[in-house]
Design a protein around this ligand. Structure first.
Ligand code: PLP
Ligand code: COI
Length: 413
């Protein structure tokens, strides 16, 4: 509460100063420094304004060190669950424009009971990761792609798009403020960034809101599936539910897609399958994608090595998949993006799930339970050589161990 009040105080001071002295940024800087010296407000609020326009880089607090936060677990033992960090970033959209970035320590937010996100699911999100490199610098993997995908989600559900540069700046600021929570180089972990944008203004009739909130939270994470790359997971093919309609919203990352998946996902897990594969909703005959990741089938038939992934208007365009396709081509594999009939599962030597959270997860088998019959497709029971190769390459780029020749890493400044 104290922090929230301080943020209001600071933004009031800021707008007052800006109003009568636009030509003199120094006054604002001096006021901020004065406040800092008096210790009147916490560092967190001051950093809200610590962007290029208000504080010169020499006045910015020095960038800290990854892996220095106090944790309840060893860095190498983290799974994929919520953990508190120092702060999250918030920007609100009101009266047709995006406001100032704020870094807040309190993970609870106040929300109007009529918010369109709560009633009509006007909400979308993203997922991306920051990694520590051997020299302790920190890099975010392809945030420009997440900025673009977030914009396409916003457009589909009539929300204002967050400007590309503002998104990148927000990513930089929140990682900078939470740098101690970036798992250290060599731990295998990453700082997961979860941008979330939702209608926070009230509506009772079905209409888009006129106020929006963008939040960017960060969480140190390890493997999504226990055992990570070392343990192929067994999957089930979902026959009783669809993930996304052919002309629906499967290609964007809107919250409702995940609500619809909760029940099938839980039922699958109860049956002993940690991962579930959806088919296309129209014909129920084509491989679509997993609940939280894209599908990739590998043919390793001696001479020709193939990377096959579905092309569908209702699959989420995965940034990991896009990166793996580039790596696969670099490594001499033939990459095919096309329809994959279920029967073709028999032809794959390796199957993998790919995504930011799951990275590259080998899938050992896929079971289809139909009316009275069970059909099990089996793949490599150990990590296949191509799966291993793709994983090693993408992780080495993310961790700064090999050349980032495609320019995918964005350094935190
Ligand atoms: N497919 C779905 C349904 C997802 O939720 C995700 C996760 O973001 C992915 C695929 C993988 O996308 P990305 O590699 O961009 O994280
Ligand atoms: C991600 O991989 O970033 C995701 O968004 C997956 C999440 C639904 C668990």
């Amino acid at each position: 509460m104290r922090l929230f009040n301080a943020a209001i105080v600071l933004s009031t001071i800021t707008s007052t100063v800006t109003a009568f002295s636009l030509q003199n940024q120094n006054q604002l800087q001096q006021l901020q420094l004065q406040l800092l010296q008096q210790n009147a407000i916490s560092n967190t609020q001051l950093k809200v304004l610590a962007d290029d326009e208000t504080l010169s880089s020499s006045q910015r607090t020095p960038l800290g060190m990854p892996g220095t936060a106090k944790m309840d677990k060893e860095w190498g033992e983290l799974g994929f669950e919520f953990r508190p960090t120092k702060s999250h970033l918030c920007i609100t959209y009101k009266d047709g424009e995006w406001g100032e970035m704020e870094l807040n320590e309190d993970p609870y937010i106040q929300i109007h009971m009529g918010a369109t996100a709560l009633h009509y699911g006007q909400a979308c999100f993203e997922g991306l990761k920051a990694f520590a490199h051997p020299d302790n610098s920190v890099h975010v993997f392809r945030p420009d792609e997440n900025a673009k995908r977030l914009q396409s989600s916003c457009e589909r559900i009539l929300m204002p798009v967050i400007p590309h540069d503002l998104f990148l700046k927000a990513v930089n600021e929140v990682v900078r403020d939470n740098i101690a929570y970036v798992p250290p180089y060599g731990s295998g972990g990453a700082l997961y960034l979860r941008p979330l944008l939702f209608g926070s203004g009230p509506r009772i009739g079905l209409q888009p809101a006129d106020e929006y909130t963008f939040l960017l939270m960060v969480i140190p994470v390890g493997d999504y599936y226990k055992g990570g790359l070392a343990s192929p997971v067994d999957g089930i093919i979902i026959n009783d539910f669809d993930r996304a309609a052919a002309k629906g919203v499967g290609h964007v990352k809107v919250a409702g897609n995940y609500a619809a998946d909760l029940l099938p996902n839980m039922l699958s897990k109860k049956e002993g399958y940690p991962i579930s594969l959806y088919l296309d909703s129209k014909t129920q005959s084509l491989v679509e994608e997993f609940s939280t990741s894209n599908f990739v089938g590998i043919v390793n038939g001696g001479e020709e090595k193939k990377y096959v992934t579905p092309k569908s208007s209702s699959v989420l365009p995965s940034i990991t998949n896009k990166s793996l396709m580039t790596i696969a081509k670099d490594e001499g594999l033939t990459v095919e993006e096309r329809d994959i009939p279920i029967e073709e599962l028999e032809d794959f030597d390796e199957v993998l799930a790919c995504g930011t959270a799951v990275v590259v997860t080998p899938v050992g088998s896929l079971t289809s339970v139909g009316k009275g019959d069970v059909n099990k497709f089996e793949f490599s029971q150990e990590v296949g050589p191509i799966t291993q190769q793709l994983y090693d390459q993408v992780r080495a780029i993310q961790s700064g161990e090999i050349e980032d020749k495609h320019g995918w890493n964005f350094k935190i400044e």
